[in-house]
Design a protein around this ligand. Structure first.
Ligand code: ADP
Length: 418
């Protein structure tokens, strides 16, 4: 496993359009990194440049400190794990796993090959299936055979390009867990492309969010969620997505279509110099039905009043949809954001994810309670998150790195035992 370093990477295709524009990423040994972004954001281009299937226009790509911009794909020793697993149907599991070693013609003895295949099969829990054919395996087992092929040849890293996008929802979740578990056990440096934010959040140690070829933020899932740098990341990460409410900033008091609220002192001070028209970001789960709260709790937060258009009951929660009119000053920014996010033009409503005990029904006027300390405020012009707390972001980054190191330690101990 290896360290991969991307420095100021640029990719221009024939027509001059920068599909990747000045992207820098450090990928640590054994780290699981996700490249995520809407369609056309440059994820596949970036992955293909790492593997060597696409030239790098500018910048530096290093594996273990070695500059490999011009190295042939073979010399990079990276293992691409393909969507269809590319297994040979007529070969057994053992033969499929051994395949890359067979290709090296004589470099490995029969005994060496057997030893490597058995070791990979043990790590991947395929020991009982070595004589079977791919057609008789489950999707998860096939995925593991494909990973086995990558580990027998001691690849520097695994690369995945949307491996789950053709699967149905249930299988996708199973395979996601499988990939996550295997990556942890093997502790192989992994770069994984997806357009699906849930996949990104559940799999990644770190997630690189791309928009139109530009890296927006490179951080742990929790940091992206709690401390997004801008509107785009705030809106991309989270499901249902963060609500964006247009607000007019009058001396730090925020006037929204559903009522006025203020942020805690530390945050509102920053808003005194901020523009007049802003976007407040509130996550659906941060709203609560005020009718269900006692007086002390109610008065400890802020309240908005809105009319419920539609409700959706999901068993563990109820989504209430509350449409609003956006002031023209802010409408343009919200529409543009929606286009960037590949949205469907539904940004002029708030979604509240309420406790299923709520009595709120369609057509009702509802009072929504929230904790103003959880509100983020964005500049609609630049997209900047004006309420981002860099100290908290650093704490989250440290915690995530510590958790990753612990997992790596555990994997090493386990491998020594195997
Ligand atoms: P993603 O994987 O995020 O969907 P891609 O990396 O496929 O994005 O594409 C990024 C941008 O580069 C897009 O604007 C796409 O049209 C452009 N692009 C991709 N491949 C080529 C190519 N071979 N020639 C020209 N432009 C390309």
């Amino acid at each position: 496993m290896s360290v991969i370093e991307l420095k100021n990477i640029v990719k221009r295709y024939g027509d001059g359009y920068p599909a990747i524009n000045d992207v820098s990423l450090d990928i640590a040994e054994g780290e699981f990194v996700i490249l995520v972004g809407p369609s056309g954001s440059g994820k596949s281009t970036l992955l293909r440049m790492i593997v060597g299937l696409e030239d790098i226009t500018n910048g530096e790509l290093r594996i273990d400190d070695e500059l490999i911009n011009d190295a042939a794909p073979r010399e990079r020793n990276l293992a691409m794990v393909f969507q269809n697993y590319a297994l040979y149907p007529h070969l057994s599991v053992a033969e499929n796993i051994a395949f890359p070693l067979m290709l090296t013609k004589g470099q490995y003895s029969k005994a060496e090959i057997d030893e490597r295949v058995n070791r990979a099969a043990t790590l991947l829990e395929l020991g009982d299936h070595l004589d079977r054919k791919p057609a008789n395996l489950s999707g998860g087992q096939r995925q593991r055979v494909a990973m086995g092929r990558a580990i027998v040849r001691d690849a520097n890293a695994f690369l995945f390009d949307e491996p789950l996008s053709n699967l149905d929802a249930k299988l996708r979740i199973q395979m996601r867990t499988e990939i996550s578990r295997m990556q942890r056990n093997l502790a192989v440096t992994t770069v994984y492309v997806t357009h699906d934010q849930t996949e990104a959040m559940t799999l990644g140690d770190k997630v690189a969010v791309l928009k139109k070829g530009v890296l927006q933020q490179y951080a742990s899932p929790q940091e992206l969620y709690d401390e997004p740098v801008n509107l785009f990341v705030g809106g991309f990460i989270g499901s249902p997505p963060m609500n964006f409410l247009p607000v007019e900033n009058v001396d730090g008091a925020l006037h929204s279509p559903f009522g006025t609220f203020s942020l805690p002192e530390a945050r509102s001070a920053k808003l005194r110099e901020a523009p007049r028209y802003l976007v407040a970001g509130i996550r659906p789960e941060d709203f609560h039905d005020a009718a269900a709260l006692d007086e002390a709790k109610r008065s400890s937060g802020a309240l908005l009043t809105a009319e419920v258009d539609v409700t959706e009951w999901l068993g563990n929660e109820v989504y209430a949809y509350l449409p609003f009119e956006a002031a023209p000053e802010i409408r343009k920014a919200l529409e543009e954001l929606d286009r960037d996010l590949d949205g469907e033009g539904t940004r002029t409503q708030v979604v509240a994810a309420l406790d299923p005990s709520t009595a709120v029904a369609e057509g009702d006027e509802v009072q929504l309670w929230f904790d103003p300390a959880k509100v983020m405020v964005f500049d609609p012009e630049t997209g900047e998150n004006l309420t981002r707390d860099p100290e908290n972001a650093q704490r989250l980054a440290d915690a995530s790195e510590a958790a990753r190191r612990r997992a790596l330690e555990r994997a090493r101990e386990q491998q020594q035992r195997a």
